[in-house]
Design a protein around this ligand. Sequence first.
Ligand SMILES: Cc1cc2nc3c(=O)[nH]c(=O)nc-3n(C[C@H](O)[C@H](O)[C@H](O)COP(=O)(O)OP(=O)(O)OC[C@H]3O[C@@H](n4cnc5c(N)ncnc54)[C@H](O)[C@@H]3O)c2cc1C
Length: 384
Amino acid sequence: MPVKDELTSEQKLIADTFEEYCRTRITPNQERWISERKFPRSVMKDLSEMVFGAMLGEGSEKMDEVTLGLISELMGKYEFPVPAFLTMHFAKLLPFIEDRETRSGYIERYLNGDLVICGAFTEPGHGSDSSSITTTADLQGKEFAVNGEKAFVSSPGNADVFVASVRTAKTAEDKQYAGISLLLVDVTAKGVETYETENMASVFKGDFGGIRFSNVAVPAGNIIGEMNRGFHLLMKILNVQRVHVALYSIGLAEASLDDAISYARIRKTFGRPISKRQAVAFRLAEDWTRIEASRLLAFKALRMQDNGEENSAQCASVKWYGCESAFNTVSDCLQTFGAAGYVKSSPIERRFRAARGFLIGDGTPDIQKLIISRKLFGRENAPQ
Ligand SMILES: Cc1cc2nc3c(=O)[nH]c(=O)nc-3n(C[C@H](O)[C@H](O)[C@H](O)COP(=O)(O)OP(=O)(O)OC[C@H]3O[C@@H](n4cnc5c(N)ncnc54)[C@H](O)[C@@H]3O)c2cc1C
């Protein structure tokens, strides 16, 4: 967590309460959930009581990004089920649903813990170049007809709805803002087909995969933000979401450091605890420093967000530096355990695979460095 003195008493209370919940309700069930390979939807209900309302400012004061960041970090530390973590962040798009009745319907389901949301932007042919998508949505009267395919998406098999990026531009003028719109598509809509792609960090069934849309009729009221300008809204939301994703990964690293430090104290080789070997202790000391630095960067970016300051370079730097430091830390912690860290029953082995994924999902380090370069040199002089 960031230096405690910099937090308000309310932020400390929320973080402490959330950590206690994770300790008592997540950790004891973790192994069972993983062995059953089933996303525990009960955590959505828990979050609806603790976080969801405050996050959207419904029924209480809106939660600031720093507080939300503390929750994201704790979610990583306790390996909170990822579909719920992602839902919490994608829900920021719900208030932008254009149609009032549709909006309040989805927000109500979300506040009740009955709406798992996944973001479907990547396609088989387009990942980093997310403005080049080919999935189309043709507005015909009061409905869009959606056709195309999304791939490498988190949690399609557990979601109730997808926020899908779709191409809607017809004229040159429409294309001015990338000509992309965002639609909320129900998983039960006719013509939606999801498929699973097993990845190296799959925990629950349906964790990762794709979605095919064949002439799916989506009500016009399900558009999020303005027609043809969805890409800009998405980039705005993803900008800060990247910091939360990095904090989740930083949380994985913190838990691994705790485990490795405890283990290094008791594991003896050649008659001494390995913590007394400089190679082992210095490796973890360096990791601890990088994680502290990542955390400082992350909470700085979130404070800027709360103050309404432009922070795209800071968010991008957290996403690459934080996720890279987190992955390297988990890897070094695994090394500290020797063979005992390399086995399937070791939580570090699981965190290692998860932390690797965070180096790709929500934008690779290369793309984050592009964003930072644009800030340094201006878009016209930066790499493409
Ligand atoms: C764990 C995980 C979860 C994910 N979850 C989701 C999700 O929920 N929803 C979703 O829509 N997608 C999701 N994705 C997909 C993810 O967003 C894409 O994989 C990512 O944006 C990269 O796209 P790509 O895989 O097509 O790689 P590509 O874009 O093909 O890139 C390939 C390589 O080239 C590099 N590269 C590309 N362009 C440039 C450039 N201009 N300059 C320098 N280097 C460049 C990249 O850094 C990368 O190393 C997830 C992926 C993973 C691994």
